[in-house]
Design a binder for this molecule. Structure first.
Ligand SMILES: Cc1cc2nc3c(=O)[nH]c(=O)nc-3n(C[C@H](O)[C@H](O)[C@H](O)COP(=O)(O)OP(=O)(O)OC[C@H]3O[C@@H](n4cnc5c(N)ncnc54)[C@H](O)[C@@H]3O)c2cc1C
Length: 382
């Protein structure tokens, strides 16, 4: 493993850091407390496009940025944590289309997603289907030239405003996970009902429940056919686990940064609190925790990049980093005392944002079961 990044990678990272500070953070500040709108989402997409965050690993001949996974992750690391969900999900759908789509689908869906004029999302979770994605209950059947989709999807990031939705469906219940595939829905052509969901730590985000009631979608929109859906999705999860780890590290970094500043200002017993050994112990543990998570994430990304078998390593990175961010943001509140709990300081917001992360892209428990399966060869679940 070699984490001496190239000059080009470091330059891209530095550029993104500058853009985040000078352009994106003011945008986030201006948006604070307001409901997310389509205009805001488009503004974010357009602002991050020049730095490869929409084109990501998609080949240049398809209009993408042609980055390798590691370089993409290094740039993504510099994106403010508030934008990591909305800015990551839409390119995720674009990558799925670039990897699996027909010529028609690439021509129809990719240009809008890559320019930032359109946004996308992936709808897998259902009211009764969370961790076990093999049990998808939303159904699709062919009727003439159209798929007819019935079902409900829930906790969908970008779900209110996304133009294009990759919907996982069950084509044939008798086949279980082998019956699962994905159909693309163009919301403007075939509208459907949705409602926003309020979620702790996700106040500035777009999270929704989607309702498909005999939704008729053109036959050509079949992205992943029956039999390949569940397997294909697992591959995607694999990469996204590393990106959730990177998301967690960004939040924890911020919490440590604020804490280091505060301990040099706040005085008790006539001394800066940073001079107390127990405070220094907390800071040392926070930094060690963050660096351990970063090394696990970089190792997993390096393995993904090289196409190595890395289920154990991506699960370790995701589970450790997500739980680490909860610990570190909690300690940061402790260091700030009661001020850390007030909304006048950013710590309670960071804590709430961190608390989300052990749940999506496979809960901590699911990651532990994957690790257990990789270590023992025995599966604790289907
Ligand atoms: C912020 C956010 C954004 C999201 N965005 C999306 C999105 O864009 N698209 C999408 O499709 N979904 C999205 N989700 C949904 C997410 O993928 C699910 O929440 C996740 O898969 C877990 O499912 P669940 O919440 O139904 O929990 P459940 O699966 O019901 O789990 C409940 C509890 O049981 C535990 N558990 C489950 N099975 C086992 C087992 N076999 N052994 C031990 N413990 C077990 C879990 O770890 C958890 O503690 C998002 C969720 C959040 C919080």
């Amino acid at each position: 493993m070699n984490f001496d990044f190239t000059e080009e990678q470091l330059m891209l990272k530095q550029t993104m850091r500058k853009v985040s500070k000078e352009v994106l953070e003011p945008m986030i500040k201006e948006q604070e407390g307001k409901p997310i709108t389509k205009e805001y989402l488009t503004k974010v997409m357009k602002a991050i496009k020049p730095y490869g965050l929409l084109g990501t690993t998609i080949p240049e001949e398809l209009g993408g940025a042609g980055l390798d996974v590691m370089t993409y992750a290094l740039i993504y690391e510099e994106l403010p944590h508030e934008l990591k969900g909305i800015g990551g999900v839409s390119p995720g759908l674009a990558r799925a289309i670039a990897n699996n789509g027909s010529a028609y689908q690439k021509e129809k869906f990719l240009p809008g997603l890559l320019s930032g004029d359109k946004t996308g999302c992936s709808a897998n979770t259902e009211p009764n289907v969370g961790s076990n994605q093999a049990e998808i209950q939303t159904t699709a059947y062919l009727d003439g030239d159209h798929w007819v989709i019935n079902g409900t999807k829930t906790f969908i990031t970008n779900g209110i405003h996304a133009d294009y939705i990759g919907v996982s469906v069950q084509f044939d219940r008798s086949k279980g996970s082998q019956g699962v595939g994905t159909i693309l829905v163009d919301r403007n052509e075939t509208p459907f009902e949705s409602r926003p969901i309020k979620l702790m730590g996700f106040e500035g985000g777009d999270l929704a429940e989607l309702y498909f009631d005999n939704l008729r979608v053109p036959k050509e929109n079949l992205l992943v056919p029956e039999g390949e859906g569940h397997k294909g999705k697992l591959k995607g999860f694999h990469v996204w686990r590393c990106f959730v780890a990177i998301h967690a590290i960004t939040i924890a970094d911020k919490a440590l940064e604020y804490s280091l500043q505060y301990v040099k200002e706040r005085e008790q017993f006539g001394k800066k609190i940073g001079s107390f050994q127990l405070i220094q112990e907390m800071l040392a543990d926070m930094k060690t925790d963050i660096d351990a998570a970063r090394l696990l994430a970089y190792r997993a990304l390096d393995m993904v990049n090289k196409g190595k078998h890395c289920r154990l390593e991506t699960s370790m990175a995701k589970a450790f980093a997500a739980e680490m961010a909860v610990r570190v943001t909690s300690d940061a509140i402790q260091i700030h005392g009661a001020y850390g709990l007030t909304s006048e300081f950013p710590l309670e917001r960071l804590y709430r944002s961190a608390r989300i992360l052990p749940i999506p892209e496979g809960t901590t428990q699911i990651q532990q079961l994957i690790m257990g399966r990789e270590l023992t060869g025995i599966s604790a679940f289907k």
